[in-house]
Design a protein around this ligand. Sequence first.
Ligand SMILES: [Zn+2]
Length: 351
Amino acid sequence: MKKISQQSAKKNSKNFLIAGHSIKPATRTRINIDMGSIFDFTPVNLPIEVLNGAKDGPTIFVCSTIHGDEIIGIEIVRRLLRIIDEKQLCGTLIAIPVVNVFGFNDRSRYLPDRRDLNRCFPGLKNGSLASQLAYKFMQEIVLKSDYGIDIHTGAYNRTNLPQIRTDISNQENMRLAQAFNAPAIVNSNLRDGSLREATSQAKIPLILYEAGEALRFDEYAVQIGIDGIMNVVAEIGMIKRNHKISSSQIFIARSSSWIRASQSGICLIKAKLGDIVKKGQILAEISNPFGDNKIIIRSTQPGMIIGCCVLPLVNKGDALFHIGFEKNRDINHNLGDDFTKGVDRINNKNL
Ligand SMILES: [Zn+2]
């Protein structure tokens, strides 16, 4: 794996070969990867932009919208492409604003065959539609990369605190996660068929950025995402950054679980994303349309609220709060004013 510091990088003399295109050093190219067609034979393409840097360095891909309704990463990728200059870049950036082009055009998490793309990696050349898309994405992009960043959001009507999800026992992933410097890092087990599992098997370090809500933009989540990606590309020597980042404010969760509604009704939320909560702390109340038959929802363990329902109408069993349980820190530790202000900005937007 190439790790070259920005200062010592040599001039890049190689064209970058991808999807039948050859991209010269210090140039960028937009490519449409053929993904077949829809019923009326209208072609479907997977659009990507490739920046082949002026100097030698690693290759990183940044992708969004593997789930077709999780769109925050599209805005992150668009702005990133305006910030990064291929003439100053060491290595190659492959940017993919929309991976699940089929679901995206239908505002749907899934593909038209109702499969979840993030359960179909590494895919099969002649498999289902989702499997073929996963296969092409792996062959053309992932396996040509040394690193990856995959951008997701919460589900519809659920919002996430900006956070990195990764295996915190993996040193290289943790290095990228800490460099990203989102408010939280959440340890996550690999899921069968996920891009994370496929990259783990291919020994390509990948972190997953989760922030905000499906089908919504969120300026704070976008800003944290752009800063985080710039921090990561600086960490692996692709760009020069003058200021050092501090990781002291990152909340590291070793595990997490959801607190669910214990009855159906109207839900009033009493806590915010990013709140540090104690065991037994009141998080919400659920009552009938007259305000009677009230029940109180409490935190079952101390931790941080890393995800939250934003729809006040809930059914028994609905997921209300995602709580992260901390690693190696007193749970009542004060995370500081900057952290609190940042999280308040998210809550003003989302709740
Ligand atoms: Zn997702």
